[in-house]
Ligand binder design. Sequence first.
Ligand code: MN
Length: 205
Amino acid sequence: MANKLHEGDLPPGLFDGVTSVAIDSETLGLRFRRDPLCLVQISAGDGDAHMVRLNRQTYDAPNLKALLTDPAVTKIFHFGRFDIAMFELHLGVITTPVWCTKIASKLARTYTDRHGLKDVVKETVGVDLSKAQQSSDWGADVLSPEQLAYAASDVLYLHAARTRLEAMLNREGRMALAQACFDFLPTRASLDLAGWDEIDVFAHS
Ligand code: MN
C-alpha cells in the first residue's frame, strides 16, 4: 500500500489492463471558473493511490486525459458530478464511462439520508475515514504527508463500496435505473457548466 505523487501527469501505461479506477479530485473551492483544479487522485483498487498534481497554467496531462476518456475503464467516483464537470472545464474531456457511489447509495440505501463518503464507506466497507484535511490548501507548493494521506483515502475504498452497493442495487432490482443515471451523469455535469446548475430540466416548473 503506497501513496505516490506525480507532477503534471500520470506516467504512461500505469493502468494498462485495469478495467476500473476510483477517482477523486481536490480544488481550491467548489465554485466553477473561480476555483482551480489542483490534484487528481486515482486508485486501481489495489491499495495504492496515485496522485497527479496538475500544472495549473497548461493543464497538459495527456495520459490522465486518455484514462478519463478510455471506454474500457470505468471511472468510480463519489459525487462524480463535481469532478466530471471540473475535468470538462479544465482538461477539456468528457469523462466516461462512470460509476457514482453517492447516486448508488441514494438508490440502494433508502433507509437513511446519510450519503456522504464517510457514512457510505463506514457502512459498506467498515472503514472510518478522517475528513480532517478536507479544507486544506491544495494549491500549496509542497503538499504535506497528511494532505496526501487524506487525498489518497478518498479513493482507496470506492471499489469495495461499489461492490457492496452493486449487490444492494441488484437485490432491490434497481441496477438498471442506477446504470441509466451513471450514463447521464457526464451530461448532468455539462449542464452545470452551461448554466443549468440550479435548474432541474425535468421539473414541471
Ligand atoms: Mn477528496
